[in-house]
Design a protein around this ligand. Structure first.
Ligand SMILES: O=C(O)CCC(=O)C(=O)O
Length: 251
């Protein structure tokens, strides 16, 4: 699995949630989404784990997989979001790299994406460009209206026609997880089916991650006003396992 992540930029992890755990996470996702506005590519709610104990409880399991995949003793939770594409959602989530939207100095980490419903091409599953993470950082675009990404003429544009390999649809059963590199190119299509497509996406970074507020206009930049180069505060961005030395505040 680690080899796939390194070579292809994404990997199918298999079942992460089942039974009552999956139901609890779905119910938590629905509660957070109830207050989220519906956009052309569905509804999205950031920082869901801070509001919902069922999500907070599941983070440790996600983090354990992330540690194993990255081959590191500890990881730090950076952010999560819950995404819902109801039937008939017309828009796609445009091709992007996650790191383009992180106000952090380095892309070291990964995103774990957990399907809360069966996801396939009809209801807008993820699609990846295998190997694209090897091409480095690309110019970010405002794929969410009003995101106001900084103009980065120094970076080459992300043109999916330049992908090193044809895109692959990442089908997932409800409760199954995928993991992807913060630089891999990915997208998801409209939901043309009669089935809802919900997902929980969790991004984890290395414990020594540092802020770079100029890298992306993230909501944390406005709310936390981080100092460039400062470490992330473990009381807000917890380290897993909590007993690890990396969970102590850095200077
Ligand atoms: O769930 C989706 O449709 C998009 C999610 C995504 O791009 C991500 O989690 O990085």
């Amino acid at each position: 699995m680690t080899d796939d992540l390194a070579a292809r930029g994404f990997v199918r992890l298999g079942p992460l949630l089942a039974g009552a755990d999956l139901e609890a996470v779905r119910a938590a996702a629905d509660r957070t989404l109830a207050r989220a506005p519906q956009g052309p590519h569905g509804a999205i709610r950031h920082d869901a784990w801070r509001r919902e104990p069922a999500l907070e409880a599941a983070v440790a399991r996600v983090a354990a997989w992330a540690r194993a995949l990255l081959g590191v003793p500890a990881v730090r939770l950076f952010q999560d979001h819950v995404i819902c594409k109801p039937p008939g959602t017309p828009g796609e989530v445009a091709w992007h790299q996650d790191y383009g939207y992180w106000p952090l100095a380095s892309p070291r980490g990964l995103t774990v994406w957990v399907a809360l419903d069966d996801a396939d091409e009809a209801n807008g599953c993820l699609r990846y460009a295998p190997g694209s993470h090897h091409l480095g950082e690309r110019r970010p675009a405002d794929f969410v209206a009003g995101a106001h990404q900084p103009d980065r003429p120094d970076l080459p544009p992300l043109d999916p026609r330049e992908a090193p390999a044809p895109p692959e649809a990442a089908l997932a059963r409800a409760g199954e997880a995928l993991a992807h590199d913060p630089l891999v190119w990915h997208t998801s299509g409209p939901n043309a089916s009669t089935r809802v497509r919900r997902a929980w996406s969790i991004s984890l970074v290395l414990p020594d991650a540092r802020w770079d507020p100029g890298h992306a206009p993230h909501p944390y930049v406005a709310s936390l006003r981080p100092t460039p180069g400062a470490p992330l505060d473990p009381s807000q961005f917890p380290v897993f396992p909590p007993s690890s030395p990396e969970s102590q505040p850095e200077r």
